[in-house]
Design a protein around this ligand. Sequence first.
Ligand SMILES: [Zn+2]
Length: 479
Amino acid sequence: MANDAYEAVIGLEVHAHMLTRSKLFCGCATDFGAPPNHNVCPVCVGMPGVLPVLNRHVVELAIRTGLAAHSKIEPHSVFARKSYFYPDLPKGYQISQYDEPLCRGGYIELPPRQGGEPRRIRLVRIHLEEDAGKNIHADSASLVDFNRSGVPLMEIVSEPDLRTPEEAVDYLRELRGILVCVGSSDGKMEEGSLRCDVNVSVRPRGATELGARTEIKNLNSFRFVEKAIVYEVNRQIEEIAAGRRIAQETHLWDPEREMTRPMRSKEFANDYRYFPEPDLPPLIVPPDLVESIRAAMPEMPAERRARISRELDLSAYEADVITLAPDLVEHAKIARQGLNNPKAANNWVITEVLRKSNETGKPVSSISAAVSGLILSKVEDETISFSAGKEVFHSLWDSIDEVSRAIERRRQISDEASIAEACDRVLAAEDAKVAEYRAGREKLFGFFVGAVMKAMGGKGNPKVVNEVLRRKLAGKIAG
Ligand SMILES: [Zn+2]
């Protein structure tokens, strides 16, 4: 951020399309990409006299999400009408939850960055609501597609616990991982499955009061979230530094010009006149339903990271990189088999395997983990040096036979007799330097090692070369 004297205070409201086959209050399909106004019925286009019927599966998915986020599942919650007029909202109101949401509190734990501490971002609430239709503005007319009207949404509201644009993106990634894991959303931002409103304010670093905030509406990619926050934080710091006040207003992100702009006041209305939906009874969630859902919960992303860290004995930094990518975990698991020091595979994966993937533009899954394992085992038993191992790995792709032959060609010479012979040749040719060394110029040792390695075509086992040279130069074995 541009100015260290200020800190940003950021909260996110995420709208997630839920992974259900039918809509929130009717039996219409929710599939993405159907022809316009194909998935509609009198309920979801708001015909007079129809009655909504709550989709039980949606409630169960929201409870799963709440449990995954450590929220309290309220036994009694209420649907409310949120009144506003817009052509894509045929009823003139949206059914949402207001002061009595299904889930309250909870937190999302962010993975530590670069070996730091994990961060807990508290949640205010998770509630259910129906989506509106979609306006399509053509050249000469505006059209409305009601396929999306009544599709179930979860709104997940965080406390303003986030401090940087990167942290906001970490939060979104983690939240998306949880939603996908419990099966409540497909997490596809590009299809609009996740949309995000961002609340941003800035304050002098160390202050505890909140500054006036702006809300940036409807961001639909991680990149836009990050860019919009960076832009808005810098804009607010400049305003404050110039002695101006921040107006509490709603902004839109303009991806073309890469800036936020205030919405015209007509584009949003604050008086929604919420009142309890008279056509739906309060939502009663019996405790045994919550317990049966809890008993069937899958392993959460944070638990999975902790388990893999234990299983692979990962350092904090390695965990940071490896556990976020299932392909790297699989690669490390296979490559470590049969090694005396299986931890060697962890570092190999985050340096050499990632480098190879980046340089070739191929995914990690297409790099053979068996090849990594073979090379690491041959480095471990000193058949080849570590640098020869890297060379083999990066010069070849993934044929085990090819790799085996390349390893043979680079096989280290470890037998003492051959190494002693090479040492003798070098020492005999360099008798003046040997005399200098024995007179106390110990720095020459490296020169002798280099000369012996060169004489052996780079294949001498450096450990054995060192040992033999030391003995010979000390004069214990007659040259
Ligand atoms: Zn319908």
